[in-house]
Design a protein around this ligand. Structure first.
Ligand SMILES: Nc1ncnc2c1ncn2[C@@H]1O[C@H](COP(=O)(O)OP(=O)(O)OP(=O)(O)O)[C@@H](O)[C@H]1O
Length: 302
């Protein structure tokens, strides 16, 4: 294990390794960092400890330490600097080619609408809460619902908890991009939030149930739909039971519906498994999908 971890880290430059503290996922190795006989592997092993800011028993590194422990070779961890262009050559180039254009070479991407969907209890809210902490560049649409607030939920942050009557009024006034009756309660996407964010050039994230996702795909064909699922039905049900938000009869309905919803995976662009205890990994994948979609050439063409 230690050997594999060293090999993985060796592929990265020292600078990137220290800046990206999560680049050395083989954490068990870090707990058993032993001074090695070869100086290059000692270097790398120490670098791994420094990268995650973790103290090893034998070296007593404190979090954030970047200087080598006693007896270990010191490392130059400064970021590589960009060499400055020779002004004489630059002058010559501009004299020959005219003033160089500073406008971006690639057109800016059009904002993307991301749809996060999946069965009840799979962790959509948990994923979005974590994603919000990490991606301030995204606009997370606050869904409207007729269901009552659950403990810990905040009006306007988690949902707009509008009563059934007001919800039906919003439907009548065309204020919702899409809405559905899910487990006896309305849920819908306020249209104005989506329009305003897109008009400002901001990427938008929607959290929608599986039937609603199909509606949005029809309305916004170039939206990116991500189906979040769990490791297994067993894991999904355990999560729902542990959440303690539904009585048994409603729990059974959710599990039965989840079985049918899983069959809709082929209608989505991506599927991401929110593995038990691996929420961060799921969030990383969702974030990566958004980045990849923004890099699509088709999104940069007008
Ligand atoms: N990767 C994970 N590992 C373990 N528990 C998780 C994970 N992701 C979410 N959970 C837990 O599972 C439960 C269900 O998650 P959450 O409420 O986010 O699901 P949801 O898909 O939003 O459900 P619903 O559609 O019913 O609102 C929560 O108690 C949450 O803390």
């Amino acid at each position: 294990m230690a050997h594999r971890a060293l090999g993985r880290c060796a592929m990265r430059s020292a600078f990137r390794c220290v800046r990206r503290a999560r680049c050395c996922p083989d954490a068990p190795m870090l707990d058993s960092c032993e001074p090695s006989t070869s100086s290059s592997s000692r270097n790398l092993a120490w670098l791994q400890c420094a990268a995650v800011g973790k103290s090893s028993q034998s070296w007593r590194l404190t979090p954030g330490t970047t200087s080598a422990p006693k007896g270990y070779p010191s490392l130059d961890l400064k970021p590589p600097t960009q060499p400055l262009p020779d002004p004489e050559i630059m002058k010559h180039v501009e004299a020959s080619l005219g003033q160089l254009d500073a406008k971006p070479l690639a057109p800016a991407p059009r904002p993307v609408v991301v749809v996060i969907s999946g069965p009840s209890g799979v962790g959509k809210d948990a994923v979005l809460t974590r994603l919000k902490e990490q991606r301030e560049d995204l606009y997370f649409v606050v869904t409207a619902t007729s269901r009552p607030k659950r403990p810990g939920e905040v009006e306007g942050r988690d949902y707009f908890f509008v009563g059934r009557e007001r919800f039906e009024q919003w439907i009548a006034e065309g204020m919702l991009l899409e809405h559905a009756l899910v487990y006896g309660e309305y849920k819908g996407i306020p249209r104005q939030q989506v329009d305003a964010a897109l008009a400002a050039g901001t990427d938008v994230v929607l959290r929608i149930d599986v039937q609603g996702a199909a509606t949005v795909k029809r309305l916004i064909p170039d939206c990116v739909s991500i189906f979040v699922t769990a490791d297994s039905e067993d894991v999904l049900v355990r999560r729902l039971v542990a959440r303690k938000t539904e009585p048994l009869d409603k729990l059974l309905v959710r599990v039965t519906t989840a079985r049918q919803e899983n069959d809709h995976i082929p209608n989505f662009d991506y599927v991401v498994v929110n593995r038990d205890g691996e929420l961060d990994d799921c969030v990383r994948q969702v974030s990566g999908i958004i980045e990849a979609e923004k890099a699509r050439v088709s999104r940069r063409l007008q």
